[in-house]
Design a protein around this ligand. Structure first.
Ligand code: ZN
Length: 251
């Protein structure tokens, strides 16, 4: 596929008009393969914006079903989806928004036995998970396969996002050496303001589009933190750890 149809040109006009995108950029988006792990609070806005932008192949991984307590923030799901697999519910919304794209569903949890195989089929990974054990698996596979991984996390009124490009900046294990204990605070124990994963998931989608198009300055080596209570964003600059057990030996 090298040319856009008339309908595609119309649908993506506001992308195509952007400096640095054009029709060629739109074709790149349509050919891209992005894996969004988790179809919840972060994965919903991230996948929505990727689908709207015309990212042509979106993988969704989630083994969960839609629960009433999800609907306060997980905007891909509605009340009539209660009890459905999240990946099915998410795919319906994404393809209704944009029938131009392919959505590949993995109705399972990302774990030790499948993470490498699932990630192999994609160009980059967007984090929509809610736990560090899964994030460390994604980080490991992305370093091994030299693929970008856009990390995102939320808790309470705050969120964080960072782009990991193996060999170019720190990986997750350079920053957080070990998986935090299960007793660490979580959204399930202390809550989360729904708009916070909205902000962070949207930032992740913007990073993914930038990487696909080679635009701007990716959030590499800068952990961006957002605090909804003060409405401030700030960067924490972080370098690579040469003794990192995951990425220390790669260049
Ligand atoms: Zn590392």
């Amino acid at each position: 596929m090298n040319a856009l149809t008339e309908k595609q040109f119309e649908r993506y006009k506001r992308n195509i008009l952007l400096d640095g995108v054009g029709s060629q950029g739109q074709v790149k988006l349509l050919q891209a393969k992005v894996l969004v792990v988790g179809s919840g609070g972060l994965g919903s806005p991230a996948a929505y914006y990727l689908a709207a932008a015309g990212v042509g192949n979106i993988g969704l991984v989630d083994g969960d079903r839609v629960d009433l307590s999800n609907l306060q923030r997980q905007i891909l799901h509605t009340t009539s989806d209660l009890g459905r697999p999240k990946t099915d519910s998410a795919r319906d919304k994404l393809t209704a928004l944009n029938p131009d794209i392919h959505v590949i569903c993995f109705n399972e949890w990302l774990g030790e036995d499948n993470y490498r195989d699932i990630i192999t089929g994609f160009d980059l990974v967007v984090d929509g998970t809610d736990n560090f054990a899964t994030r460390f698996l994604i980080n490991r596979a992305c370093v091994e396969q030299r693929k970008p991984y856009i990390f995102g996390g939320v808790l309470g009124y705050t969120g964080q996002v960072m782009t990991i490009i193996p060999g170019r900046g720190p990986c997750l294990a350079c920053i957080f050496r070990d998986v935090p204990p299960e007793s660490a605070p979580s959204c399930a124990s202390i809550g989360v303001l729904g708009a916070v994963p909205g902000m962070i998931g949207t930032a992740e989608a913007a990073e993914a589009v930038k990487l696909i198009l080679g635009l701007g300055e990716p959030l590499v080596g800068r952990l961006m933190t957002y605090d909804a209570l003060t409405m401030r964003f700030y960067d924490i600059e972080i370098g690579r750890d040469q003794s990192c057990p995951i990425c220390g030996s790669i260049s």
